[in-house]
Each structure stands twice: as C-alpha cells, then as structure tokens.
Design a protein around this ligand. Structure first.
Ligand code: AFP
Length: 339
C-alpha cells in the first residue's frame, strides 16, 4: 500500500480488495478521525484557553477529572451520537453507558473509549491519547444495557488510539492488520505512513512503574529482577527501561519498536487486580498488539479471552513483543507464587 494517501483513500482501497468490510464501520472510523482531530486541537490549545488542571469532579474510579478529560469526552459524544452508526457509547469518564437518545437512530455498533488517557501528563505537556474500541451492538437496540458491552475483546470489530505527541498519530485495526496515519494539520487529513505494521518479536526494553515493585506478583518480581541482571543474568542481554506514565504512549513505543509493557496484577488488592481498565484500555491495545504479531496477557491468560463482568473492570496487563511476553507467561507457569 503506497505511502502518503489519506485515511479515506486507504480504507476505500482496502474495501475494494475486501468488500466484506462494512462501509458503516469505515464511516465510523472517519467519525473517529474527526473526533481525534478536534481533541488534538483542544489539547494543544489547553494552556492558552485555561483548560489545564482539575475540573473539580471525580470519575467513577474516584480519580480527579481534568478539564480536558471532560472536553475530550464531550467531543467524542458530539462526533458519534448523531451519526446513526452507534447504538450506545461508554467512557472512562461516564459512570454508566450512554445510549443514543433516539432509538430509531441507534446503529449497529457500540463504542467504548478512554477520551484522554494519561491525564496526569496533560499539565506537564507530555504525550497523552484517546483509546477506542468498537463492539457489535445487539440486534434489538430498543433497550441497550451495560450487559451488551460486556463482550470479550475478541469480539472487537475495530480498535485504535490517537496519540497527541510531537505529531498526532492515529493507529487502528479493523482486524486486517495495524495501520498508522499522521495528521497533516495544513490540510486536516490523516496521511498513511505505516501499513500492516509488525511488532519486532525480540526486544530489550521494558516499561513498568518500578516504584510499585512491592505490589507486583511474584513472577513479575522475578522477571524484572532477571532483566535488571542483564547479560550476566538468565536473559543474557542488557535491558533498558522507559516509563511515560500514559499507557497509550508506552504502548505506542512498544508497538512501534518492540518492547514489553507491564502493569501487573496486585495480589494484595482483590478488588483492584490491576490499574488499567479492561474494556477501553487493555482490550483495544491487546487487539492492536496481537494484530501486529505481538502478545497481550494478564500473566495467565490472553487479555482478549477475558469475559468482562462490569463496565469499568480493571485487569492486569502485559503486552508487547511476542517472545518477551511469552517469557513472562512462562514465569507465571513455572512459579505462580504470589509472594
Ligand atoms: P491517568 O489517566 O490517571 O494519568 O492514568 C494513566 C494510566 O491509567 C495509564 O495510562 C498509565 O500507564 C498508568 O495509569 C500509570 O500509572 P502509574 O501512575 O501508577 O504509573
């Protein structure tokens, strides 16, 4: 696929090659591109519009909401709820699901998203992003419930993220490969720059918040210790560590050049087994990584196989280069102890 074409041209060409791709899903991708352009603009203007800092409210997770969290959430609602393609939306920033008001305009997709991941990075001008996942809506859309969203990640029809960094980049999959587009602000178009991306199978870079080491489960303790032992240790190679503090940024680096991202299970907290949310953080990134040839696991099972039981459910997440994630899974199999 040739570089330099627009998002619409790219998917139009894909549709001619694979007519089974639903044109309504392609239209939803176009809606999403529009929403991400608007969020990118709002984020870049944040300091100039006094939109930094806390909004004075908390989300369902009990976390302080940033003004830009709510602005981004509002943009996502305004770009998707009138299109007739979405039956209902769900967001990290909304406690309950948001069915499209006019039942007659409820489309065949459910959209679940984190409108602005990495909120604590906003005020210090570090990379943040929007993460989204598209699920099939039920045939009968007259009564949409939270239960309709509780589908395993393997059901996702589309997943992706926009990362607001030196450039605004949109990375997405419709289950036929992972494709990346960069926003050309001069013309307001996302331009293809990496089609059918493959994540390197080998890596020597891990991403984990080492300040929480005391809370990691045993296999992750041992894996990270062995990485730190470097070429003298069992991994027989030296590693480096990176931690941005916004999963979308850490995952983008891992997807782009290889590596492994870990936000492991906390065996000391039954109600919060991990920090990251399954439906709108772990599942979309897991689908992207698997589509690019990588792996995504809880430590003991593929993330995409997990059956959700509540909308804002948290999950341990380990994803990245296939060989490295498989190594961590082996640590869980050979010595699963929690201590
Ligand atoms: P915020 O959106 O509150 O900044 O949290 C971001 C996040 O959910 C995820 O994007 C990061 O990888 C993770 O939290 C960072 O968690 P720590 O602050 O514990 O390192």
């Amino acid at each position: 696929m040739h570089q330099g074409i627009t998002l619409n041209q790219f998917f139009n060409e894909q549709w001619h090659q694979q007519p089974e791709i639903d044109v309504d899903l392609l239209a939803l991708v176009d809606d999403m591109a529009r929403a991400c352009k608007r969020i990118a603009h709002a984020v870049s203007r944040g300091p100039l519009r006094n939109d930094l800092g806390n909004a004075g409210s908390e989300n369902v997770q009990g976390e302080q909401q940033k003004k830009l969290d709510l602005i981004a959430n509002d943009i996502m609602l305004r770009c998707h709820q009138w299109t007739g393609r979405v039956a209902a939306l769900a967001s990290e920033e909304m406690e309950t699901i948001h069915p499209v008001a006019d039942a007659a305009k409820r489309g065949k997709y459910l959209l679940v998203f984190d409108p602005l991941d990495g909120s604590t990075n906003i005020d210090v001008n570090l990379s943040i992003g929007t993460i989204f996942s598209v699920l099939p809506a039920p045939a009968d859309r007259s009564q949409i419930s939270e239960q309709d969203f509780l589908q395993p990640g393997r059901n996702q029809l589309c997943a992706g993220y926009a990362i607001y960094g030196p450039s605004t980049v949109l990375v997405l999959t419709l289950r036929q490969g992972v494709h990346s587009f960069v926003l050309d602000e001069d013309i307001g178009e996302f331009i293809l720059f990496d089609a059918d991306h493959r994540i390197p199978e080998q890596c020597c870079e891990f991403a984990i918040n080492s300040a929480r080491q005391r809370l990691w489960e045993g296999p992750v303790q041992r894996y990270i210790a062995d990485c730190i032992a470097g070429s003298e240790g069992p991994q027989r190679k030296d590693y480096t560590m990176r931690w941005v503090g916004a999963m979308v940024a850490d995952a983008h680096r891992v997807l782009s050049r290889g590596g492994i991202f870990l936000y492991p299970r906390n065996p000391y907290s039954a109600d919060k087994p991990g920090k990251l949310r399954l439906l709108y953080e772990a599942n979309p990134l897991a689908l992207l990584v698997e589509q690019a040839g990588g792996r995504a696991t809880t430590g003991t099972e593929p993330v995409l196989d997990v059956q959700p039981h509540k909308l804002h459910q948290r999950i341990p997440l380990i994803l990245g280069s296939a060989d490295e994630v498989a190594r961590v899974e082996a640590y869980h199999r050979t010595d699963p102890g929690d201590g």
